[in-house]
Design a protein. Sequence first.
Length: 190
Amino acid sequence: MQLPVIGGCRDCSARPLDVEQVFVAWDYLDAAELLIQAYKARQQQWLAAVMANAVYQQIVRQWPERPEQILVLSVPSSRAALIRRGFNPAAEIAKLVAKQLRQPYLVGGLYSVSAQITETQKQRSRQQRLKATAPAWRCATLPADSTVLVVDDVLTTGSTLQHAAQLCRLAGAYRVYAALVARTPWRDHF
């Protein structure tokens, strides 16, 4: 399935992410949006392999000379999302990407420390996402000077990914890369 990839957005140029590079399989439009919704909302977990392979292809194409060891982590799901879905979509994709890269997946590398059921990102507007308090997460201690690859499903404003990257650096990572199934193209509204 060939999906379009279009230009960057104002958020990305105005607030660059604290990562070395971002690998994105698709834009969150049309077929990609339907695919991700089927995976997350209808729990079509077999789609994780399709998305992981698309992400892996972008990593290999854009990062041909990778370090010997890369620790693969995933963005944690909120408690509400875990209860609703029964799985963490980003974690399932990250495990498969790690396997394809022949790198370790760090289970619980990034983890939630809040037991509260909070509003999901999907329920927030762009402005609310940009102003929201950072999620209550922590990062396990990482080897000093390590390289990590943070995997998530959809990049909208970059706030979640920025928080994840900062936590990884505080935990010992020297280089932080990000891999995403899709990015939301710039829109003046959500």
